[in-house]
Design a protein around this ligand. Structure first.
Ligand code: G3H
Ligand code: ZN
Length: 283
C-alpha cells in the first residue's frame, strides 16, 4: 500500500535498521525498485526530486505511474512517494495535492529561523493530509539536480529547535555526507550523529548514500539513522550496463533491448542496499 514514512521509520528506529530511499527517474527505475522491495519484503521510499518530476511530466504523472505499477505488480509492501529536497512550501503543497505521501522541505540554505518557519508551514499542511515531512539542517555537499552545496555540519541546537518547534517526522542532519561520488573515503560526523539522535528522539536520515562503505552504514544505523538515500549508485549501475549492451550491439535500436538490462542492474543494486540496510523481511 501507498503510505507515509512515519510508521516505517519509527519501526526502523526501534528495530535498528534503515529504510532505503531510492530515487526514481522513469518507469523502468520505478519497476526495478518496486520489484526489489517486493522480492525482499522490504518497505521502500521512492524519492522524486523536482528535476526528476519535471522529467517525468509532473507530480501527478508520477503518482499515477506509481499507483499503476503497484496495482499491476501486485505490490504488497509499504511504499512512500516522497518529494526529495522540496525547495519551497508551494512545491511541497503541489506534490501533496497530487498524491505524494511524504515530502522533504529542504530549507537548509536559509538561516535557521527561516528554515524552522518554512518547515513548520509545510508540517501543518502535510500533517492535515496524513503526509510525513523530512527537514534538513546543515548542508549536504556535492550536487543533485538543482541542489548544490558546500558541506556544513548540522548544529545540535538547530536540530533540537526544528524538531521541537515543527513536529517533523524525520530529520536529515548534514554531517559530512555528499551527493554523488565521494572524493576518497567519506568522513561522517558520527559523534555528532549520536548526540543529535539522543537529543531529538526522531529517526535520522542520511543523504548521499552512494559510496558510503558498509561499516559506516552499519555504524550510522546503530546510532539512530533510519533512512538512507541512494540515487547516484543506481544511475551508475544503469549507465554502465546500457553502455556495455550498446557497445556490444552497435546496431540495436529497440529501446527495450538496452533498457531492460539496465533495469535489471538497478534491481540488483537496490536488493544489495536493502540487505545492507537490514530492511529485508521487515514489511
Ligand atoms: O537526496 C538524495 C540522496 O541524498 C542521494 O545521494 O546520489 O549520493 O546517492 P547520492
Ligand atoms: Zn539528498
Amino acid at each position: 500500500p501507498l503510505v507515509s514514512m512515519t510508521d516505517m521509520l519509527n519501526k526502523a528506529l526501534e528495530g535498528k535498521y534503515a529504510v532505503g530511499q531510492f530515487n526514481i527517474n522513469n518507469l523502468e527505475w520505478t519497476q526495478a525498485i518496486l520489484g526489489a522491495a517486493e522480492q525482499e519484503k522490504s518497505p521502500v521510499i521512492l524519492g522524486v526530486s523536482e528535476g526528476a518530476a519535471r522529467h517525468m511530466g509532473g507530480f501527478y504523472t508520477v503518482v499515477k505511474m506509481v499507483e499503476g505499477l503497484m496495482h499491476d505488480m501486485k505490490i504488497s509492501v509499504p511504499v512512500a512517494i516522497h518529494l526529495d529536497h522540496g525547495s519551497s512550501f508551494d512545491k511541497c503543497k503541489e506534490a501533496i495535492d497530487a498524491g505524494f505521501t511524504s515530502v522533504m522541505i529542504d530549507g537548509s540554505h536559509h538561516p535557521i529561523d527561516e528554515n524552522v518557519q518554512i518547515t513548520k508551514q509545510v508540517v501543518d499542511y502535510a500533517h492535515s493530509k496524513g503526509v510525513s515531512v523530512e527537514a534538513e539542517v546543515g548542508i549536504v555537499g556535492g550536487q543533485e539536480d538543482d541542489v548544490v552545496g558546500e558541506v556544513m555540519y548540522a548544529k545540535l541546537d538547530d536540530c533540537l529547535r526544528i524538531v521541537n518547534e515543527t513536529g517533523i517526522d524525520t530529520l536529515a542532519p548534514a554531517l559530512g555526507s555528499v551527493h554523488g561520488p565521494y572524493k576518497g573515503e567519506p568522513n561522517l560526523g558520527f559523534k555528532e550523529m549520536e548526540e543529535i539522535c539522543n537529543a531529538v528522539h526522531t529517526p535520522l536520515v542520511l543523504h548521499g548514500g552512494t559510496g558510503i562503505p558498509e561499516h559506516d552504514i552499519k555504524k550510522a544505523i546503530s546510532l539512530g539513522t533510519s533512512k538512507i538515500n541512494v540515487n547516484t549508485e543506481n544511475q551508475i549501475a544503469f549507465a554502465k550496463v546500457v553502455r556495455e549492451v550498446l557497445a556490444a550491439k552497435p546496431d540495436a535500436y529497440d529501446p527495450r533491448t538496452f533498457i531492460q538490462p539496465g533495469r535489471e542492474a538497478i534491481k540488483e543494486t537496490v536488493i544489495g542496499k536493502i540487505r545492507e540496510f537490514g530492511s529485508n523481511n521487515k514489511a
